[in-house]
Design a protein around this ligand. Structure first.
Ligand code: GTP
Length: 328
């Protein structure tokens, strides 16, 4: 099975972390998010991936190349300008022979059973199948309503609780698409798959299957932090890290500093004497000053927490920026 992964978005909700690094290349603990995603897809039999790139593609190409690192065959297409999700999928798909494709957003950390998604798609003879994930509060998302045989009945964008009723399933950002879907996408113009393509397929062999399990769209500060903490604890991924914390081999941590539960200290970062770091991510080349205290904070690449400072939980500290972790 060939997959297309969408990695071209600007990642505005994670700025400034995404000013110099595309969102899919932000680390989750010790490797870029995309490496976790590729290993997951490979475990479900995906052997070839085409990346639909836009913003800062060279970092992705430079890290993964032709795929030896992950044992997969990787290719890249770069849009001349952002074409939005459906436009990007079609732009990439048109470089391949027409075939059934798995399509993934490049910012969802999940253990979704991709093998089952493909099998269900095949068994139903669907033209497109959307993976769904349950959320507690559907009012911030687009709900997908299906009948008992998993045919999509309707999309409800940001419904009220009354409109949502008992429905809790949202689009999980993973699809199986037949070539007919690609043919629907106009060439060379922006086109969104959730708003323009899927609604036009309702009643025309569009299916959606719900999956329980871990699902986290890493695209906001709180969810990016949660992805790191969840993986440290083994809530997601192969298993917990020792002490539920991670210190890169080339980070420098003072002997009397505390790096505790839920802390990630990235490569070449420095944690000075007496500093205290829990449930926080300190990215590459950042510095946590003498006696500083971090709890629920993200320090961006080259960010500096000055000596003795205790940023509010939910802050992001980046060169030139100290702010709240906006969004949720
Ligand atoms: P925000 O700006 O914070 O909303 O992030 P984003 O730009 O990544 O947008 P969003 O999270 O909605 O995108 C979902 C997925 O589609 C991500 O994996 C993006 O990289 C990808 N994506 C969004 N727009 C485009 C596009 O125009 N081209 C390509 N190739 N990918 C896109």
């Amino acid at each position: 099975m060939h997959a297309i992964i969408l990695v071209g978005g600007r990642g505005t909700r994670l700025q400034p972390l995404t000013d110099s690094r595309p969102k899919p290349m932000l680390p989750i603990i010790d490797v870029p998010f995309l490496e976790h995603q590729l290993r997951h897809l490979k475990s479900h039999g995906v052997e070839a991936v085409t990346f639909a790139c836009g913003f800062l593609p060279n970092q992705i190409v430079g890290y993964f190349g032709e795929g030896a690192r992950v044992g997969m065959q990787l290719t890249y297409v770069v849009e001349p300008e952002p074409l939005d999700t459906a436009g990007a999928i079609a732009f990439a798909a048109r470089t391949l022979d027409p075939q059934r494709l798995l399509v993934c957003n490049g910012d969802v950390l999940t253990d979704l059973d991709v093998g089952r998604l493909i099998a269900e798609h095949e068994a139903r003879g669907a033209v497109a199948t959307i993976a769904l994930t349950p959320v507690e509060d559907p009012t911030r998302y687009g709900l997908v309503r299906t009948d008992e045989r998993h045919a999509v009945l309707a999309f409800l964008e940001k419904p009220t609780l009354e409109e949502a009723g008992d429905d809790r399933y949202i689009n999980a950002g993973t699809y199986v698409l037949e070539p007919e879907v690609i043919a629907m996408v106009p060439e060379g113009v922006r086109c969104n798959i959730e708003r323009e393509i899927f609604p036009a397929l309702v009643g025309k062999r569009l299916h959606a299957i719900g999956f329980d399990g871990y699902w986290n769209d890493i695209g906001t500060f709180p969810s990016y932090l949660a992805a790191n903490v969840d993986m440290l604890q083994g809530v997601f991924g192969p298993g917990g890290h020792e002490g539920n914390r991670y210190i890169a081999p080339d980070a420098v941590v003072a002997a009397d500093a505390t790096v505790g539960w839920g802390a990630v200290i990235g490569p070449k970062a420095v944690v000075e004497s007496g500093a205290h770091v829990v449930k926080s991510v300190v990215l590459e080349h950042a510095r946590v000053g003498v006696g500083a205290r971090l709890d629920g904070v993200i320090v961006g690449e080259h960010g500096v927490v000055e000596d003795g400072v205790e940023p509010e939980p939910g802050s992001v500290v980046s060169p030139g920026v100290v702010g709240e972790l906006a969004g949720s």
